[in-house]
Design a protein around this ligand. Structure first.
Ligand code: ZN
Length: 474
């Protein structure tokens, strides 16, 4: 058994098969080489793509991109190119050898950093300098962005500032410029281009239109005027300009302006009216009106004479002092005579305070009141004619604040009622000025801002104001 096994091991059958693999490998190699040669025969030009881009303005030699030519020489390759090395862009170069041709894209690129011309720049201690302060000229074929690399100190002295300019292809130039900072003590100059400013009432006015401001260092000094506190309605005013440079140097100059009157009918106006004062609240109302620099109308009575000095203040601050009633007792409607006597009493009181007769009135309860019928039926119909014949202008209202509905009416209610007049071009707003009307005062700034934001202006009533009359019911 053991001998048989040895015999079997000696069998040589594998030796015969081994060369077949060699032949297969050889055959595959030859086939591969054949294909390779066949490929090279058909694609004999080897191009190095990294050499096919060109620097702007350089000499372009398309032959440089040929790495090798199989079965031939570089000189045998026919080259067609549309490359213009002096113009940025994308081009094509065509290489032809025998029947083979290959077209290679060629980019003419910018590899040249920008060329800068810099100047020394002198300024104050405040300016944040920009590259534009120093650069007088930039040369580059593409768009250049510039920045300042180091600019830290803001003191008197001479500094080096590093300017970096980079073109659209990432080519960078870095250069130093000289910055001189000085302690600026020179104030800006202001020049008026006309003798006086002429504007129209109620129009948006740009008081900076007619002036020219210059400064040694600051190209945009801050300009302010006190026009908001000085100008009111039509008339002649003198406004003061204040020009401040960034180092804090200041110039002020006065300038006369004329605001041409525009008929009130053509403007959008709110006439704030306060009945029944003066009172402990009058000063607060006047303060708010002054804060907004707007004018209103006070229909005063003889019932708060402890505060009569405030009627003087109303007048002095440009408000309209209108006549309401001396007693505020509806018995004044007993007959024409009792009404006129009461009106005359409050007129005299006001005249004694301000030295002027007021011709602006408001009937207690308005011309539409029906309480007067308890005293005299039909008297309102007669009174509206009588007062008009006597040279008075009576005004009712078209918007009510509702503050007469009780004492300390909810502020939100007063705001809502008072700001409901947006549909009117001319709003006569009824409010009250008495000790108990604190919430009216609280709502007032909101009401003013609401209408101001809608483009209304505010005026006191006068004979020029549009009529505002209720239908008379008695
Ligand atoms: Zn009243």
């Amino acid at each position: 058994m053991a001998r048989r096994k040895v015999k079997k091991i000696k069998q040589p059958t594998r030796k015969k098969r081994f060369p077949i693999f060699r032949y297969i490998f050889l055959l595959l190699f030859l086939v591969g080489a054949g294909f390779g040669l066949f490929y090279l025969w058909n694609h004999p030009i080897l191009i190095n793509p990294s050499k096919s881009n060109v620097s702007l303005g350089s000499n372009y030699n398309p032959e440089d991109a040929i790495s090798f030519v199989f079965f031939g020489k570089k000189e045998d390759v026919k080259i067609d190119t549309d490359v213009d090395a002096n113009t940025l862009g994308e081009y094509k170069t065509k290489y032809t050898f025998k029947d083979y041709s290959i077209t290679v894209p060629v980019k003419v690129l910018d590899n040249t950093p920008p060329v800068l011309k810099l100047k020394e720049y002198t300024t104050d201690k405040k300016e944040k300098v920009t590259p534009e302060c120093f650069i007088t000229d930039i040369k580059d074929v593409s768009e250049v962005t510039t920045k300042i690399k180091s600019e830290r100190r803001r003191m008197d002295g001479t500094y080096k500032v590093t300017i970096v300019a980079e073109d659209a292809y990432g080519n960078k130039t870095t250069e130093a410029a000289t910055l001189i900072r000085k302690n600026d003590k020179e104030a800006p100059k202001i020049e008026f281009l006309t003798e006086k400013g002429i504007y129209n009432e109620g129009e948006e006015t740009d008081y900076l239109d007619g002036i020219k401001v210059t400064d040694n260092f600051d190209k945009k000094p801050t300009i302010t005027t006190n026009a908001d506190t000085v100008v009111n309605g039509a008339g002649e005013f003198v406004i003061t300009y204040t020009v401040t440079d960034r180092s804090g140097n200041k110039t002020t100059a006065d300038f006369p302006i004329v605001i041409n009157e525009i008929p009130e009918e053509e403007q959008r106006i709110v006439y704030l009216t306060f009945d029944d004062g003066p009172s402990s609240n009058t000063a607060r109302v006047l303060d708010i009106l002054a804060q907004y620099n707007i004018k209103a109308t006070f229909f005063v009575t003889g019932n708060g004479q402890n505060y009569n000095d405030l009627i003087k203040r109303e007048y002095a601050e440009g408000h309209t002092v209108g006549l309401h009633t001396y007693t505020h007792d509806y018995a004044i409607y007993t007959n024409e005579e009792t009404y006129i006597n009461d009106l005359q009493a409050v007129s005299d009181m006001v005249y004694d305070l301000i030295g002027v007769r007021s011709n602006i009135i408001r009937f207690p309860g308005g011309s539409s009141n029906t309480i007067s019928a308890n005293y005299n039926v039909g008297i309102m119909s007669r009174l509206v004619n009588l007062v008009t014949e006597n040279g008075y202008y009576y005004f009712d209202w078209n918007v009510s604040s509702s503050d007469a509905s009780g004492n300390n009416v909810d502020v939100e209610q007063i705001k809502a009622y008072s700001t409901s007049g947006d549909a009117y071009d001319h709003i006569v707003l009824l409010m009250h000025d008495t000790d108990a009307k604190d919430t009216t005062v609280e709502a007032l700034p909101y009401i003013i801002e609401h209408y101001r934001d809608q483009g209304y202006i505010f005026k006191g009533l006068s004979y020029r104001s549009p009529e505002c009359h209720h239908g008379v019911n008695n």
